[in-house]
Design a protein. Structure first.
Length: 347
């Protein structure tokens, strides 16, 4: 691993601490390095608040003021910053959003060298931050660990480059490859997997099922077994099979019903609502139409080793997509597939 990659890994590690608190903003981490010494660290901690660079520079200045860097021989913190390199996992922003532009701060602080993980696809930034740095005569090195930096914020990147939410297809299948029985509500996965699914619900902006699944399973689609929020509930109901009294209509969380078969219409609506991700929980027909349309970024399969459903509804046919990881939860196995290449920080 090169020096740049090592410090960029640290940025990613810090960035991941913002998981669950910064969406729909990206998770971003930054470190300031003088020679081989990390003199400051920071990350974007909370949506609407200071960006990673701000925390990182403040950290270095505070530690300088506390005398921690006295032995380095700099008269003031400014001189130390001017001799240091800033590493940041996403291009410093150029725009006035909820906070002022980080690129301006970096210039104002006299930092001379910036190593950037990946360009920011957000239209208001998208190269403009790097331009600002270059025009100020700052040396910029970009990209470093680009694939990992994108994978950590794959919802954010997909949303801004494909103009649709990041799509996660999820199902649980029996040992003999079935996801249920026609017209029946059947539990395929175990209690630990159920808890994991609720964690997954807490991590995504929205959750989608087909109308027939809503009718047969009557799922609440809320997150009840993991700390954190519930996603926006969505039902694709072209046949109008939903009836009052179903859990998705109970008002426990907001619900949108789409009386259409057109997946792209749903995805455009989610883009308009700034929902950066959608978890599709079934049924088989809806999952299969997402796969047929090439509309997926991640597939998560829970496979029971003990439950058998002879004569059941076959699970969707898996398309070719790289397996990122698999693990066991009791006698269930969880498989996560995605084309985003990552070597860690699967946030
Ligand atoms: C950075 N460093 O740590 C983050 C950045 O509304 P604002 O001001 O919070 O701006 C949000 C946008 O800023 C977000 O869409 C993304 O493009 C960028 N996020 N940029 O320089 C950071 N979190
Ligand atoms: Zn910024």
């Amino acid at each position: 691993m090169s020096t740049h990659e090592r410090y960029m890994r640290r940025c990613l590690q810090l960035a991941a601490l913002g998981a669950g608190s910064v969406a729909p903003n990206p998770m971003v981490g930054a470190v300031l390095v003088y020679r081989d010494l990390v003199i400051g660290e920071g990350y974007h901690q909370r949506y609407g608040q200071a960006h990673a660079e701000v925390h990182c520079i403040r950290d270095a200045e505070e530690r300088f003021a506390a005398g921690q860097w006295a032995n380095l021989g700099f008269a003031d913190a400014g001189a130390l910053l001017a001799a240091s390199t800033l590493y940041v996992s996403l291009e410093p922003c150029a725009h006035h959003g909820k906070t002022p532009p980080c690129a301006d701060l970096v210039v104002a602080k006299g930092i001379r060298r910036v190593v950037v993980g990946v360009r920011d696809p957000f239209p208001e930034v998208n190269g403009k931050g790097i331009d600002k740095l270059l025009r100020a005569g700052i040396e910029v090195i970009c990209p470093v660990l680009e694939e990992d930096c994108m994978a950590l914020n794959r919802r954010f990147f997909t949303f801004h480059t494909k103009h649709r939410p990041y799509i996660i297809l999820k199902w649980a299948q029996s040992a003999d490859g079935c996801i249920g029985r026609e017209g029946q509500r059947i539990a395929v996965s175990n209690a630990w997997s159920k808890r994991l699914v609720h964690r997954w619900r807490s991590e995504e902006a929205s959750i989608l099922v087909g109308g027939h699944t809503a009718r047969v399973d009557d799922p609440a689609l809320t997150n009840r077994y993991w700390p954190g929020p519930s996603p926006l509930r969505l039902v694709l109901d072209p046949d109008g099979v939903l009836t009052p009294g179903m859990k998705v209509l109970d008002g426990e969380a907001p619900t949108v019903v789409y009386p259409t078969r057109d997946l792209r219409e749903v995805l455009s609506d989610l883009h308009r609502r700034s929902a950066q991700s959608v978890l599709v929980e079934g049924g088989a027909r809806l999952l299969t139409s997402f796969i047929a349309g090439g509309l997926f970024d991640e597939i998560r399969v829970i496979r029971s080793e003990t439950v058998h459903l002879p004569g059941g509804i076959p699970a969707p046919v898996m398309p070719v997509v790289p397996l990122q990881r698999s693990f066991a939860l009791g006698d269930d196995r969880v498989f996560i597939y995605s084309s985003f290449v990552t070597h860690g920080y699967w946030g």
